[in-house]
Design a protein around this ligand. Structure first.
Ligand code: UT7
Length: 339
């Protein structure tokens, strides 16, 4: 008796489906040639070591929520929904407009959303996947039926433009996804997996500006409000971790890697992407790449690439797509979605 009612409840649980996507990249393009004038680097070094040719930088006077707003309006239009339909806004970001309140609340106000709950998630480059997994859980449990999930970052605001090891890597952007609830059982988010390892906090971080070391004249002079990174270590752990978590997400979804139509990895470095594809044994023709045009846009990277892939016709109904990301924390994750 108990078994029957439990299984009925489980079957009636909705699944989160992607109803629409949108993205926004700032207009200002910074090429490798422009960076050659700032630091001792070359287009040849940046291209061969990272695959990046150019990135976008958010204009002065604008904040993270401005990009998120544009991406969200496009995603809502694509979904055929209005802002008033949104029940939750969850934004992955490490560059909110203010230390508090959240950029999700700033976005909520810009959109005119009034009956929702909104918050930011700090998981660096993995922020969108964390936000997606949280929204998926709210929808699966029936707590909400629609969510706006955003990944938006302006890492240009955290760069030391004299540090050639970091300033060449990052760019700004925003991507948004509108999730709805579906009972058809076939489509939607099949699995999400998240992981962190806090022993790597100082391998990739911003040393000052938090409660431990608030802003001071000294911290500004020492450039402690900009990204400090051991790139080699990040590279090594990123490839291994994204492979592992992708396999876990595929197992949980009961999907074989050959059944995946498109992999949309975090766009940090073309060498990381190709190494990951090699380990997963996925041909590069099935891997979405736009790191050449935008660099690493942190939490925006996966939703921007997802939106581009959809607009380029690379995702058709029934296709299975694997998302994965890795970033500071270290935090990493993966999701499997059937469209
Ligand atoms: O979302 C996660 C965010 N972070 C990442 O994804 C970073 C992952 N790591 C990477 O992408 C790579 O480690 C980097 C692109 C950051 C660096 O590439 P690498 O092949 O690991 O180079 P390296 O750090 O071992 O440096 C090799 C050389 C060094 O010179 P020496 O010591 O061999 O003389 C660096 O000083 O390249 C030098 N170098 C540069 N040269 C020209 C470092 N940055 C530059 C540069 N231009 N921009």
């Amino acid at each position: 008796m108990t078994f029957v009612s439990l299984s009925r409840t489980r079957r009636s649980h909705p699944r989160a489906v992607i109803l629409g996507t949108g993205s926004e990249l700032p207009a200002q393009v910074v090429t490798n040639a422009a960076l050659e004038k700032l630091v001792d680097t070359s287009d040849e070094w940046i291209t061969t070591r990272t695959g990046i040719k150019e990135r976008r930088i958010l204009e002065e006077g604008k904040g993270n929520a401005d990009m998120a707003y544009r991406a969200s309006v496009r995603a809502l239009k694509d979904a055929g929904l209005e802002a008033k339909d949104v029940e939750a806004i969850i934004m992955g970001t490490v560059t909110p407009d203010y230390p508090f309140p959240s950029s999700a609340c700033v976005l909520e106000d810009m959109l005119g959303v009034r009956k929702a709950f909104s918050f930011d998630v700090n998981a660096a480059c993995c922020g969108f996947l964390n936000a997606l997994a949280i929204a998926d859980s709210f929808i699966r449990t029936g707590r909400i039926r629609t969510a706006l999930v955003v990944g938006s970052d302006a890492l240009s605001r955290l760069l030391n433009w004299k540090d050639r090891g970091t300033c060449i890597l990052f760019g700004d952007g925003a991507g948004a996804v509108v999730l709805g609830a579906s009972h058809d059982g076939a489509h939607g988010i099949l699995s999400t997996r998240l992981r962190t390892d806090g022993s790597y906090v100082k391998t990739l971080y911003v040393p000052a500006g938090g409660s431990l070391k608030p802003a001071s004249l000294e911290s500004v002079k020492r450039n402690e409000h900009t990204i400090a990174m051991n790139g080699k270590e990040v590279f090594k752990v990123a490839v291994r971790s994204m492979e592992e978590i992708s396999r876990e997400a595929l197992d949980e979804a009961e999907v074989k890697v050959d059944e995946v139509s498109l992999v949309i990895p975090h766009q940090a470095n073309l060498r990381i992407i190709t190494a990951l594809a090699g380990r997963l044994k996925v041909p590069m023709t099935k891997v979405m790449v736009n790191v050449d045009r935008y660099g690493n846009t942190s939490a925006a990277s996966v939703p921007v690439a997802l939106d581009e892939a959809r607009r380029e016709g690379r995702i058709r109904p029934g296709d299975i797509v694997l998302l994965n990301a890795f970033g500071a924390g270290f935090a990493w994750g993966a999701a499997v979605i059937r469209f």
